[in-house]
Design a protein around this ligand. Structure first.
Ligand SMILES: C[S@@+](CC[C@H](N)C(=O)[O-])C[C@H]1O[C@@H](n2cnc3c(N)ncnc32)[C@H](O)[C@@H]1O
Length: 434
């Protein structure tokens, strides 16, 4: 059997049926003896097109297939339409063998016939004038609840451009600049090395940030200490905290520590208390900080919803980069879409508000509080801030530097819509305590 097809199905099964993360499963199994590019393309391709593929399969079958067989048919449909170099008979044979192994031998004929049918059918999208939300949902493979939500807030053209947006496949990095710390390099020096080794790159909004061909960059281990992978909105959030010499900063939901470490690296007199609820996640902050040789990050297990009297009015800056639906980063992590629903969002909103209210108490008078999410759903963003301001008259919204990115600014509440910013979706609000 073709080992790549088996591997793809194995990884996808873990993601669909055991809620595993695609990126972690891919990292575990991708060794030199498999076609890494092919497996990655198929796994992410099936996840990205899940709803469309589901629509195709259901257009071709009369009876609901078992979940394992449905997944197999989705994978076969994706591969027959997007992967050249595997003849249809070979793909069909491999899938039939997988069906026998993971379901039962009686489905072999059904799988065989359905794959042939799926591969030659030209699928017609749902009629847009009958149900526009369904049409968009199938065409761009986003859940109907999300499309309905977007259409209730934005106009049709905006929603279609947002859903159609595909980000660059290059990875965003920042060159490490840590004055007073051991690790330091100049961006010019780093770029010279990229050019010397022929690594594709494109500068982004800040002088030390860029998109790179990450697989190629990984080959040059001599460069590994001089950059970290971090999205542009995440970098802008950390900078908008505005930490200065001698500041005491609290990052109350900090793991894996990307923002905390950027803040700590700005100046080694800044002290960042970096908390997370889960001990294994606090270990990630420790690892991140020590890989950057930062000794001014204090990792701590703490529940951001619980008030700690000793911290009241003591921090110059507080960051609440709260747990969120992640709907702003689905183009990079399409597996999020499989298990997300509006009821999750409604649950998260309660937690987000609680975290913001609790941690606002730790901000000194004259200090600042930054709230951020990797979501573009208003309830998690402006909704939280507006509610907070109604009962916290000692806070006011202030502006941040958006580095000329085309961010939507509603009274100092900043939303990064991917198709406008060319970044992942994000939200940032900065508040000052009077
Ligand atoms: C969006 S992530 C933070 C990302 C991080 N700021 C960074 O830049 O690397 C949210 C984090 O909040 C943590 N979390 C969830 N509930 C929490 C709680 N009640 N108290 C503290 N941390 C919590 C999660 O474990 C998760 O690591």
């Amino acid at each position: 059997m073709n080992k790549e097809i088996i591997l793809c199905y194995d990884i996808l099964s873990k993601v669909y049926f055991e809620k595993a993360y695609a990126s972690i499963e891919l990292n575990k199994v991708l060794n030199a003896s498999v076609n890494k590019a092919l497996v990655t393309k198929v796994v992410y391709g099936v996840l990205e097109q899940d709803i469309y593929l589901d629509f195709c399969v259901h257009s071709c079958v009369k009876k609901e297939p078992k979940p394992q067989i449905l997944l197999l048919l989705k994978m076969a449909t994706y591969m027959s339409k997007n992967i050249s170099g595997i003849p249809l008979y070979a793909l069909t044979n491999e899938c039939v063998e997988l069906a026998k192994k993971y379901a039962d031998k009686y489905v072999a004929g059904f799988v065989n016939a359905t794959i042939k049918n799926l591969s030659k059918t030209e699928f017609k999208l749902p009629n847009k004038s009958v149900d526009y939300a369904k049409y968009l949902s199938v065409k761009y493979s986003y859940p109907k609840w999300y499309v309905d939500y977007l259409l209730s807030v934005h106009d049709k053209g905006f929603v279609e451009s947002l859903l159609a947006f595909k980000p660059t496949t290059d990875t965003h990095i920042r060159v490490i600049k840590q004055p007073n710390c051991d690790i330091n390099t100049s961006t010019d020096e780093f770029v010279k090395n990229l050019e010397k080794f022929g690594i594709r790159y494109q500068k982004s909004a800040l002088y030390f940030t860029m998109y790179v061909d990450y697989n190629k960059l990984l080959e040059y281990t001599e460069l590994k200490d001089y950059y970290v992978v971090q999205g542009l909105p995440s970098i802008i959030t950390a900078l908008s905290v505005g930490a200065e010499h001698n500041d005491k900063v609290l990052d109350c939901t900090s793991a894996p520590g990307g923002k905390a470490c950027l803040i700590a690296g700005l100046d080694n007199t800044i002290r960042v208390t970096a908390c997370d609820l889960h001990i294994h996640r606090v270990a990630l902050i420790k690892k991140y900080a020590s890989s950057l040789k930062l000794n001014n990050v204090i990792p701590l297990v703490a529940d951001a919803t619980k008030f700690d009297e000793k911290w009241q009015d003591t921090f110059d800056r507080v960051l609440c980069d709260v747990p969120c639906s992640g709907m702003g980063v689905v183009t990079k992590k399409p597996d999020i879409l499989l298990n997300r629903s509006m009821s999750d969002v409604n649950e998260l909103v309660g937690l987000q508000y609680q975290i913001l209210c609790n941690n606002s108490k730790y901000v000194k008078h004259g200090g600042t509080l930054v709230y951020s999410t990797c979501s573009i759903i208003d309830k998690e963003n402006e909704g939280i801030i507006q509610k907070f301001l109604k009962s916290h008259s000692d806070f006011k919204l202030v502006s941040i530097d958006t580095h000329k990115i085309n961010v939507s600014n509603n009274g100092n509440m900043y939303t990064f819509y991917p198709h406008l910013t060319q970044t992942e979706g994000f939200f940032i609000a900065k508040l000052e305590r009077l």
